[in-house]
Design a protein around this ligand. Structure first.
Ligand code: ZN
Length: 196
């Protein structure tokens, strides 16, 4: 059990900071995968709120309940912005292995940006994948595909899990979240706005 001084941020503090930064937006949204929702999580808004951003990045860097990691991997592009800012603000100094989207690939198709990134990531005994928002875990699975779950202890840490992780995206690593609060999504046929 973490001591009180180690567990600096309660889940209430984290949630309050996120909401104070205006990240949770209400409306009617159609996502890239075709689903509709009345809630969108716009994590970029954190960067307009330095105090809330610092608290969230601190919480991600500290991640008291996770085993020690030796390399950080940000999922493009939200997770990468988080690890970059963690470095810039001096909250985390672990090396970063960079990924990039495969041009014309699917949303979760990634590759290492350079040979050095691949070598760094595969030499880690416990890489930690950072993501901002998770729905099915498909984006994290896209990063895990580039690693070696058979010999590496892989953990993923995201700010918010808003959906149910799909089993096919959940193998080879352990997932952790600062906030787990499901926000309903609907297929176009089920969406209450469009349903006749
Ligand atoms: Zn709709």
């Amino acid at each position: 059990m973490a001591s009180p001084e180690l567990r600096r941020y309660s889940s209430e503090m984290i949630r309050e900071s996120i909401l104070a930064a205006g990240v949770l937006i209400n409306g009617h949204f159609v996502f890239a995968d075709g689903d509709h929702s009345f809630n969108k999580l716009e994590m970029d808004n954190l960067w307009d709120h330095p105090n809330q951003l610092a608290l969230i990045l601190h919480a991600l860097a500290a991640a008291e309940s996770l085993p020690e990691a030796d390399v950080l991997i940000g999922v493009p592009s939200g997770g990468q912005r988080l690890v970059t800012t963690m470095h810039e603000l001096g909250f985390d100094e672990r090396p970063i292995a960079w990924l990039e989207r495969i041009p014309d690939g699917r949303k979760q198709d990634f590759r290492f940006r350079a040979k050095a990134d691949r070598e760094l990531a595969l030499s880690a005994s416990s890489p930690r994948i950072i993501e901002d928002v998770v729905t099915t875990l498909s984006s994290v699975a896209g990063a895990v595909r580039l690693l070696r779950p058979d010999v590496q202890e892989i953990h993923a840490l995201a700010i918010w899990r808003r959906g149910k992780a799909k089993p096919q995206y959940s193998t080879g690593f352990t997932a952790h979240y600062l906030i787990e609060e499901e926000l309903p999504t609907y297929s176009p046929e089920e969406c209450p706005v469009h349903r006749k």
